[in-house]
Design a protein around this ligand. Structure first.
Ligand SMILES: [Zn+2]
Length: 284
């Protein structure tokens, strides 16, 4: 997946406020004109009078990054918000959400744009270790009819041949499938090496047991992580793990996690590094 970085310089659309993202919001530019592609929308965001922005704009040929993911954009502002959004996000959801604008210019391919959006959304969810429960439509936050092909039946029929609820469910299912099916092919060359994983956050130490973020550690050694959002059941290489969810990240006891990966783990909390040693090599 390629991302073209064209950060906005327009301060009314990019206020430079640092945020910690909690969720991903999907939009549609609602402009079906010829040429209304990602670059055209980026140019619009960058006009000095524009007070709207999003982190990414996707069309059928490219993904443009307009804002760093840890900077606030103006994509879900409203006079009032749905109670669920206030409860799970914040009283001002712009300050904790990453926005993706999908472009449906008539001279582009809807299918190609859809596929690129899936890739980008999956990449973001994986990097933050989020499941599809972190995926919102603009509509879910403010009630705005956006993205219309996921909220209004006439537009959904036009682009998906189904009703809007079914189209949105299909989008979420497509993402869920990409998140849970072989996120990374097992890599032969890592099988016999000691692998070190640098954690973005500290592991957790509870009652003398250390807990590690499941997806990050497992995928570093080619492990396949499965995640059922409904049941909160997590599997690694097909084996179920007991996990606890902290800030949306699944943690498992280091020893148990290493076991299903057929390794032994040692964790250095000062440097936030986990070392995974293949069992066969471990003489201790
Ligand atoms: Zn929107």
């Amino acid at each position: 997946m390629q991302i073209t970085e064209m950060l906005l310089t327009n301060k009314t659309a990019r206020p430079g406020i640092i945020m910690t993202p909690k969720a991903l919001v999907i939009h549609w530019t609602a402009n079906e004109s010829k040429g209304a592609d990602a670059r055209a929308n980026r140019s619009y965001f960058n006009q000095p009078t524009t007070e709207a922005s999003a982190h990414y704009i996707v069309d059928d040929v490219e993904i443009i990054r307009c804002l760093p993911e840890n900077e606030m954009g103006y994509h879900v502002g409203a006079k009032s918000y749905k109670p669920e959004a206030v409860k799970r996000l914040s009283a001002y959801p712009n300050n904790c959400t990453i926005g993706i604008e999908m472009c449906v210019n008539t001279d582009g391919s809807f299918q190609a744009m859809y596929k690129k959006t899936l890739e980008l959304a999956v990449d973001i969810l994986k990097r933050y270790q989020w499941g599809i429960e972190r995926l919102w439509r603009h509509y879910d936050i403010t009630g705005k009819n956006c993205p219309a092909f996921f909220t209004a039946d006439d537009y959904a029929h036009k682009y998906f041949g189904t009703g809007a609820a079914e189209a949105w469910n299909r989008f979420k299912q497509d993402i869920h499938n990409l998140l849970t099916s072989n996120p990374q092919k097992p890599q032969d060359h890592v099988d016999n090496c000691n692998i070190q994983v640098a954690l973005p956050a500290k592991g957790i130490l509870r009652a003398g047991v250390s807990y590690l973020p499941v997806r990050m550690v497992a995928e570093a050694v080619g492990g396949v992580v499965g995640w059922e959002a409904d049941t909160k059941r997590v599997t690694v290489n097909g084996q179920q793990l007991d996990v606890s969810i902290e800030n949306g990240i699944a943690y498992a006891a280091a020893r148990k996690l290493a076991e299903v990966l057929n390794r032994e783990a040692s964790w250095e909390s000062a440097s936030r590094t986990v070392t995974l040693v293949p069992k066969s090599q471990n003489t201790g």
